[in-house]
Write a protein that binds this ligand. Structure first.
Ligand SMILES: NC(=O)c1ccc[n+]([C@@H]2O[C@H](COP(=O)([O-])OP(=O)(O)OC[C@H]3O[C@@H](n4cnc5c(N)ncnc54)[C@H](OP(=O)(O)O)[C@@H]3O)[C@@H](O)[C@H]2O)c1
Length: 242
């Protein structure tokens, strides 16, 4: 059976880049009316130019009224995907900027995901889904990554909670990526990027880092899997296996 989202509407918050853009492209290819959102209008315009058919809106996931206006403009959707996340550097506990960078990262990714789900709720059609983005750090203790760990673990807990709370009307899941080569990682040049991902891959059980498209396939599967809810799909080359 060919996977189809024909007649359905998908919104990807964080869809102008990386994993989110790959999800949006996959949803569009499967026939969905597909919206992407992010803060930078130029980034959104570039994504739409590269993938005609995508529709876009500029917003900050920290802005509840902007989210409400976005979902009202769409006017009904089947699947919400959130991949937006603030980057936060590694720091040991003693040096964490809890009042600044840590608070901002929590607000964008953890509270932002919940805020997006809350604002989308009146517009999500029965049988639809909410997909969050966790990360391998949720369950793989890694020195100096406390804030990312707390954010991702919080989202995974929210998945089970909301899956129970919103059933049977909606399904809730998360995808937990391992390292993925996206614009979210910056490097001085292509050679150092390639070397970093070669090293990261070598440290994983599968010896390989999944691409954004391979990671996106997990969200697309979840959108179509009517029996799936409360699940975290690890697309991490075995990173959390130890
Ligand atoms: N790549 C990895 O190795 C990896 C591993 C584990 C987990 N993850 C998680 O996967 C998700 C996607 O990562 P990625 O690597 O694909 O990142 P990316 O390429 O940097 O894309 C991030 C997207 O989120 C948007 N965004 C960021 N802050 C936002 C905000 N405040 N409001 C609205 N949109 C916002 C960005 O657009 P603007 O900047 O224009 O707003 C962009 O569209 C993140 O949650 C990340 O933590 C990634």
């Amino acid at each position: 059976m060919t996977f189809s989202l024909q007649g359905q509407t998908v919104a990807v918050l964080g869809g102008s880049s990386g994993i989110g853009l790959a999800v949006a492209r996959g949803a569009l290819a499967a026939g969905a009316s597909t919206w992407i959102a992010g803060r930078d209008p130029q980034r959104l315009a570039a994504a739409v130019a590269a993938t005609p058919g995508l529709r876009s809106a500029a917003l900050d996931i920290g802005d509840g009224p902007a989210l409400a206006a976005f979902f009202e403009r769409i006017g009904g959707l089947d699947h919400l995907v959130v991949t937006a996340g603030a980057s936060i550097g590694a720091a040991p506990l003693g040096e964490l900027d809890l009042a600044g960078a840590a608070r901002e990262a929590l607000d964008v990714k953890l509270l932002g995901s919940l805020r997006a789900a809350q604002q989308a709720l009146p517009w999500l059609r029965p049988g639809g889904s909410i997909g969050f983005t966790s990360g391998m750090l949720a369950r793989k203790p890694t020195p100096n990554a406390l804030v990312k760990t707390v954010i991702n673990a919080g989202l995974e807990a929210a998945v089970r909670q909301l899956a129970r709370e919103l059933a049977p009307r909606l399904r809730v899941y998360a995808v937990s990526p391992g390292p993925v080569d996206t614009p979210g990682w910056s490097f001085p040049d292509a050679a150092s990027r390639a070397e970093k991902f070669r090293q990261l891959g070598a440290g994983l059980p599968l010896g390989y880092t999944a691409t954004a498209e391979e990671t996106a396939a997990a969200y697309l599967f979840a959108m179509g899997a009517r029996g799936l809810t409360g699940a975290v799909l690890d697309l991490d080359s075995g990173a959390t296996l130890g």
